[in-house]
Design a protein. Structure first.
Length: 364
């Protein structure tokens, strides 16, 4: 049977359309993501090894609403807390001991640089043309960089973790979600992504207990290797002094319980938490209550730590506790009050009301 010209044109047109659709849709039709089944501990170990032995460059899209050092205090990340106008960071990492991080604003202008070279940290502020050099405290002189891989030991008693295989940045990736084993804190979850074959980090999000994200750092580009001297610390700018105070350095380096002055002693308990350590250096003292995600740090100082500083404007009276002031970011809270001519500062993943109530009962 002969095909007439009209039917032939229709057949050719339909065939051409099928080919065109196939060519167009082929990039979107991806095979299922297949990676070896790994536990969270295995993913973390491989990522730590990858960051130790690989050089890489990453562009990180960044947004947060955290208090300075809040996440770092939880020992989950080493993400710096930049100015509010920073939304992009570029990391050049030769090793965990040799890297450079550039912070950029909405106009893609570098507004800050922090770099590590062995045991020294160099910071540079282009707006002031100022550069500072500092030696790392003994407690953090080990390997660390922008990305800190959680310690496997944390999974045993502080956090539970689940692992899924997903697609991230166009690649198969491991998604590790961590949630605190004990309730009562402000933590919701911490979610990491690692590239499936290189195990280099692809992002992290931190969510509060109510479900809202308080931090999101997502890698938008990842390249193996770094440009020549890209990880080198900045060499320009007027050198200014920036050092950890001797008292703070001493607090960081000392371990165990020292001899506490009578007016610097800490209560044995803070709410349901037992005191696990206390340290004193000069006019400053530090105590830790509890462990894991719910631990609370308490500092006593003879000075007005926040007096006259811009950060003080964020503190508000704690409702129901007129002698207390506090601030929270959804994950961590800071509460401060004065007793015996000393300022007491509490920091932990608890509500301001809870910290104030515990402190009032403990010190009265």
């Amino acid at each position: 049977m002969r095909m007439n010209r009209k039917h032939w044109y229709a057949w050719v047109a339909s065939g051409s359309l099928a080919v065109a659709l196939g060519v167009y849709l082929f990039p979107l039709i991806r095979p299922p993501v297949k990676l070896a089944a790994l536990t969270a501990s295995q993913v973390f170990r491989r990522s730590r090894a990858a960051m130790t032995h690989n050089q890489f460059t990453e562009t990180v899209r960044y947004q947060e609403s955290l208090l300075p050092s809040a996440i770092n205090a939880a020992r989950l990340l080493n993400l710096p807390i930049p100015d509010s106008n920073v939304n992009t960071m570029v990391l050049y990492q030769a090793s965990p001991w040799d890297w450079r991080l550039e912070e950029m604003n909405n106009q893609n202008t570098v507004v800050g640089v922090i770099a590590r070279r062995h045991n020294r940290v160099v910071t540079y502020q282009p707006i002031n043309n100022e550069r500072s050099i500092d030696s790392l405290p003994h407690t953090i002189s080990s390997a660390w960089s922008l990305w800190q891989v959680p310690k496997v030991s944390a999974l045993n008693w502080s956090w539970t973790a689940s692992v899924r295989v997903v697609r991230k940045l166009g690649h198969a990736a491991y998604q590790v979600t961590m949630t605190p084993t004990r309730q009562g804190t402000l933590w919701g979850s911490v979610r990491y992504w690692y590239q499936g074959t290189s195990f280099l980090p692809l992002g992290v999000t931190v969510s509060a207990r109510g479900g809202g994200a308080v931090l999101a750092a997502t890698v938008s580009s990842l390249h193996k290797g770094i440009p020549a001297k890209a990880a080198s610390p900045p060499m320009v700018g007027r050198l200014v002094a920036w050092k950890v105070s001797p008292a703070l350095a001493s607090l960081l380096q000392r371990a165990g319980r020292g001899t506490m002055s009578p007016n610097q002693t800490f209560p044995k308990r803070l709410g349901p938490l037992s005191r696990v350590s206390e340290h004193q250096s000069g006019q400053n003292a530090l105590a830790v209550y509890g462990s894991g995600p719910g631990r609370v740090l308490v500092m006593q100082t003879a000075s007005h730590l926040f007096k006259g500083r811009p950060g003080r404007t964020f503190f508000r009276p704690v409702r129901g506790f007129p002698q207390f002031e506090g601030v929270t970011d959804g994950i961590f809270s800071l509460v401060t009050f004065r007793v015996h001519n000393r300022e007491v500062i509490l920091m932990g993943s608890r509500s301001k009301d809870e910290l104030a109530r515990w402190a009032k009962n403990a010190w009265q």
